[in-house]
Design a protein around this ligand. Structure first.
Ligand code: ATP
Ligand code: MG
Length: 348
């Protein structure tokens, strides 16, 4: 017979369980889950009422009835029970009713994950029906998924994955993770900085979703004097006046949003600089020759690539599919049995 029985009976899942967004890919079928990492809990009985897009829909339909939770914060599980339920839901949905004899999962994790956090994730994956779980550094997976490490090349590359809550920095070759660092700052911290700024200087309370929209439409990593400001126009936002307790509209200008997010950007850039300073001369030389690649949703912030390039005197490019790089890299691990074996020794 021309087909492999073990292939039919084994199912391989690649998972990027992000703080903001979850992707699941099934080997042979590509990405099957692309949903927010949120869970709606029914206020009356404390049971999970919906996960991901469904949770947001429930909240829209009946905001009094459900409460929205994010089981991940700062890149790690903060509510184990809800995270396990969310993961279980996504794994069942990804399987689409198919049964498999054995199920392997590659899951991206922050590089500074503690053994307690690692154990919690192992348990969550196993509770969701996987026989084998490989927890692999997100930076390495992002590099693999962004296609910046090729088989014929053992020179070092640098990858920076700017997520919602974390920024993963890694120096990698095809077969090795040379070094990595995780800082607990990402796109959601920019939202919080915008929200706080508007509260403090405009006496206006806005929600997280409004803050995120302001970031996407108005925020820029370069000072406004250095960009074509015609592309960035003043924006009107709606919120709740703190002084008068009524809904109010206000005009926000791009330069104040740049100033509001600047401290977070500086923290990220300082972490990149110190990571580069700690590299060996050989690795540093490779990276100065090749530049670095940005992945993650946070890398879509306007002019972030130019800002990093200016400050670090490096070539910077953004991956083709920055949000999906980690899940693509996790999928690619299944095509590399040697790599998977090497990393499984490290995953414990
Ligand atoms: N066009 C855009 N401009 C600026 N930021 C963006 C854009 N699109 C997405 N983002 C931001 O990207 C962040 C989410 O990125 P991503 O999906 O990579 O995070 P995550 O993987 O869930 O988080 P983490 O890796 O930290 O656990 C959010 O803060 C979101 O606002
Ligand atoms: Mg991520």
């Amino acid at each position: 017979m021309a087909f492999s029985l073990s292939g039919l009976m084994t199912e391989d899942l690649a998972i990027d369980l992000g703080t903001v967004h979850t992707f699941v890919a099934v080997r042979g079928r590509g990405i099957v889950i692309n949903e927010p990492s949120v869970v709606a809990v029914d206020r009356s009985d404390g049971e999970v009422a919906g996960v991901g897009n469904e949770a947001l829909e429930l909240l829209g339909q009946n905001p009094e009835q459900v409460e929205l939770y994010r089981p991940m914060e700062d890149g790690v599980i903060t509510d184990f029970d809800l995270a396990a339920k969310m993961l279980g839901h996504y794994i069942r949905k990804a399987r689409g009713g198919r049964s498999a004899f054995s199920r392997r999962v590659v899951l991206g994790v922050p590089s500074d994950i503690t053994s307690v956090e690692r154990y919690a994730l192992f348990q969550a994956v196993q509770a969701a029906g996987a026989n084998r779980a490989y927890l692999i550094d997100k930076g390495y997976l992002a590099a693999l998924g962004a296609d910046i490490i090729t088989t014929s090349d053992e020179r070092a590359s640098m990858i920076v994955d700017v997520g919602g809550a974390t920024t993963e920095i890694a120096a990698v070759t095809r077969s090795h993770l040379i070094g990595s660092r995780s800082i607990r700052k990402g796109g959601s911290d920019l939202d919080t900085a915008i929200l706080e700024h508007i509260k403090r200087y405009h006496n206006l309370l806005i929600g997280n979703r409004t803050a995120e929209r302001v970031k996407m439409e108005l925020a820029c990593a370069l000072p406004i004097s250095k960009v074509n400001s015609a592309a960035l126009e003043n924006t009107k936002i709606r919120g709740q006046s703190i002084v008068r307790s009524v809904p109010e509209m206000m005009t926000i200008i791009p330069s104040e949003i740049h100033n509001a997010i600047e401290p977070i950007l500086r923290e990220i850039i300082n972490a990149l600089r110190s990571f580069l300073e700690d590299l060996s001369p050989e690795v540093g030389g490779d990276i100065h020759g090749r530049g670095l690649t940005l992945t993650g949703g946070g890398s879509l912030l306007a002019k972030l690539d130019e800002r990093i390039a200016n400050e670090l005197h490096l070539k910077v490019k953004t991956a083709k599919n920055p949000r999906e790089s980690v899940v693509y890299g996790a999928s690619a691990m299944f095509e590399n049995p040697l790599l998977l074996r090497r990393f499984s020794r490290q995953s414990g």
